[in-house]
Design a protein around this ligand. Sequence first.
Ligand code: SF4
Length: 236
Amino acid sequence: MAKSKKVSGKQVLPKMFKPTGADLKSAAGRARKILAGLEQLYPDAECALVHNNALELLVATILSAQCTDVRVNKVTPELFKKYRRAEDYCEVERAELEEDIRSTGFYRNKAKNIQAACRDIDEKFGGKVPDNMEDLTSLAGVGRKTANVILGNAFDTPGITTDTHVIRLSRLMGLSKNSDPVKLEFDLMELVPQQEWTRFSHQMILHGRSVCVARKPGCGDCLLRKHCCYGQVSQS
Ligand code: SF4
């Protein structure tokens, strides 16, 4: 692993860190060890958004943008009682839906996105959330990230969710140099066995929330440090 990131003994800030070519060359071997470490740390990792079906997960995922999963999980029990089918979200006045989801923030945009996606589900897919990437990403406002959440957690089809934690940690660990979510997703698909894609995403998100936090990664206490490129040059 390259050890060239320390500049004049100064700490390289996590934001400024970029894996070197040598880091990326060793990524496959390190990824296996990182996966084993994540499994040891987070054996019970699973989707934190409470849901009972694909539609509920789609709505919860839209609500989770710029909002904590805890907050979303406080709002959804009542919401899911009131809106059971895609059609229900379309029939209600936008203002009423906005009020129902207000506490998750950015509620105007979220209500608009929920109604647009539900209209497509209703009109193009007979009211059922589609179970494949192509159809899911054809829904208004649904990109690969959201589609992978739904595929992985509602349909048992593995998918890597490139959320903010997964992007940050993958770069720090030296698994990819990309910050573009789609390019990064394809890099990770090469490194992580397919059956692990969904689980790996949950584990990375948990690690990003608890240890490898954005402001100051806790490298000193991190079990993955030996296999992590930033961990090798971090002075913390
Ligand atoms: S050593 Fe651990 S905490 Fe530090 S950057 Fe790597 S994964 Fe994050």
